[in-house]
Design a protein around this ligand. Structure first.
Ligand SMILES: [Zn+2]
Length: 307
């Protein structure tokens, strides 16, 4: 039973990844993908990894610019300087909500949860590559709760279960471990004020370290989703444009990466695709870094919206 389920899941992941590979560049551009099923009535609050393609919240270049203006105004009002942001360190409390099925499926162990926290700490500290940035963020497990509810396990009524179980304020990372067709879905920091009750990340329970999803079971889906939660876009946001993901040291990228194709270059703009970046769609084993620019952006978003 377990094996069959995991095989089916692997096929889904493989099939959707293949769709991305086969899609034309225009179809693969996030801005043209459409809202997809991940939105679930949340409006403009979600962004997804997995189901690689038709699951991304649309953030248009126009909206990007409006968010950037709002962020700048907030930082100015708080007297926060860019230089100061580079040397900040922030400890983030993490609340893990295990949404298991009534038969115990998805009831991950405390050891797995701690291993996931360890992965967050390693990846956000730049521990996987000499080129990686230390973003200044660290994570501590603030609490774990467990529910045995088949509907919640399948991520049904997600707004409801998040409102009922979420803990902490704007600076608390809530992680719900569920079984859905995505690897993960996140909310953005600029949406907290409007809809804080559902703020956080939903992550497939079997993507945790030692999980069963081939190529996506080293815990780095949570790193990717936390990246969105800190205000990072995909490295392929906006496709081959100068605006792209608004981070100067992640080369523009035309479409998401599948696997780990060394030397990939999907854009005529300078630089190879940042396939090792946590904000691409590469395999967990291919992921090794955030850039200094992403670290500064995440700190600026934290200062503007989460502190
Ligand atoms: Zn994503």
């Amino acid at each position: 039973m377990r094996t069959q389920k995991l095989l089916a899941l692997a096929m889904v992941v493989g099939a959707t990844s293949l769709n991305v590979v086969l899609a034309s560049p225009a179809q693969a551009r996030p801005a043209e993908v459409g809202t997809g099923a991940c939105v679930e009535g949340e409006g403009h609050s979600a962004s997804a990894r997995g189901g690689h393609g038709a699951d991304h919240r649309e953030v248009s270049a126009k909206e990007q610019r409006a968010i950037a203006r709002e962020t700048k105004a907030r930082l100015r009002a708080k007297g926060v300087t860019r230089a100061e942001l580079k040397s900040r360190s922030v400890s983030v409390p993490v609340y893990v909500h295990v949404m298991a099925a009534s038969d115990g499926t998805g009831d991950v162990t405390d050891a797995q949860i701690q291993a996931q926290i360890d992965v967050l700490n390693t990846t956000f500290a730049g521990g996987e590559s000499a080129n990686a940035a230390d973003t200044g963020f660290s994570f501590t497990l603030a609490g774990t709760d467990r529910y045995y509810n088949d509907a919640w396990h399948k991520d049904h009524s997600s707004s409801k279960y998040r409102k009922e179980t979420r803990q902490g304020g704007a600076g608390a990372l809530n992680m719900w471990l569920v079984d859905f067709k995505y690897l993960g879905i996140a909310t953005f920091p600029w949406d907290y004020q409007r809809n804080g009750a559902i703020d956080g990340i939903r992550v497939h329970w079997d993507s945790l370290p030692g999980g069963g999803i081939a190529n996506y079971n080293e815990g780095e889906t949570a790193t990717h989703e936390a990246g969105h939660w800190f205000g990072l876009y995909h490295t392929f946001q906006g496709g081959c444009t100068e605006l792209n993901d608004e981070v100067h040291d992640t080369p523009a990228q035309g479409s998401p990466t599948n696997g780990c194709p060394i030397g990939r270059d999907s854009c005529a703009l300078p630089g190879l695709d940042p396939i090792h970046n946590y904000m691409d769609y590469s395999y967990d084993s291919c992921y090794t870094e955030f850039t200094p620019g992403q670290g500064t952006r995440a700190q600026s978003m934290w200062a503007a919206y989460r502190s």
